[in-house]
Design a protein around this ligand. Sequence first.
Ligand code: IPM
Ligand code: MG
Length: 371
Amino acid sequence: MSSNRTLMVLPGDGVGPEVVNETLRVVDWLAKNKNINFNIKEGLVGGASFDKFGTPLSDETLADTMDADAVLFGAVGGPKYDGVEFEKRPENGLLRLRKEMDLFANLRPAMVFPALVDASSLKPEIISGLDILILRELTGGIYFAEPRGIDEINAEQKKGYDTNLYTTPEIERIGRVAFDMARARNGKVTSVEKANVMMSGVLWREVMINLHKKEGAGIDINHMYADNCAMQLVRDPNQFDVIVTDNLFGDILSDCAAMLTGSLGMLPSASLGSVDKNTGKRYAMYEPVHGSAPDIAGKGLANPLAELLSLSMLFRYSFDMKEEADLIDKAVSKALDAGPRTPDIMAKGREKVGTTGMMDLVIHKLEELTN
Ligand code: IPM
Ligand code: MG
């Protein structure tokens, strides 16, 4: 099956290029073994782009990315760029991509693979069977709202400030995605804010309650303050199905949820826009939750599975390739059942492997599953 779908690949910084290159071996494998082909385009983002073009995202790369059918992203950032002026920092490349493609819905599933129950810092009985989805609003709130800045108060003192602002439509559209996701799962939505302290939280809760009345048939909804949610995530994470929350709380709670599963190195994510009414196109970008991990970058130690599982999400949500997504998920699960492990998910009695070794194992499982 040849295809004219374009896959834009943005490896970025740190461990990004390492895990992306290993993941592309699975794309090659699909071409060779199942005759599934894409047009692959690669671009620079983050610090890698800053080093070459003086900006974390060039207009050309942005244009290529917007033209593509889906984007596979690695990671951005690193200590090398600590001194760079704020607008040109690597993270701004990522934030600009999210904003320009209006990727407002960020899906961060946290699942515990049976073989990794012991890799979590929590007790097995607490995280066993865990399967929750953090749905993070990604293009609004304190990450983007104005005013923001650092201003002088007087010769000695300054003030730094940000704004957490949400409008009714912004809350409604992420709420709708939460309901849709919950319908395909266990029908439960927990909406998280701080309506006890923040006005944006008061509105968030009001809009969610109204939306639930109008469009939430069959959905069991509850409302929780963000601090309580953080506590509940480590106390009894299995109480949740879909957690929907704003940009900042979603950033924090998803890191917490990720660690329940044993390692940040396992968690994929999808960032989706809305469907264009005229073209039917939906912008989408897929990236691991783990970030650039500068401490292990360039050493070949990074776990490539979060990136590979992000590719699986890309196949599922953007390319309607459920069969191949299932195949990848199964191969990952089987690879974890036996054999070597990367350092982040190391367990007693297992051989330690690096990024390439881990992917060798997955590809071996792909062969086994298809022969
Ligand atoms: C994430 C990251 C980003 C964020 C950074 C790299 C800008 O932490 O995707 O969770 O804060 O959104
Ligand atoms: Mg984060």
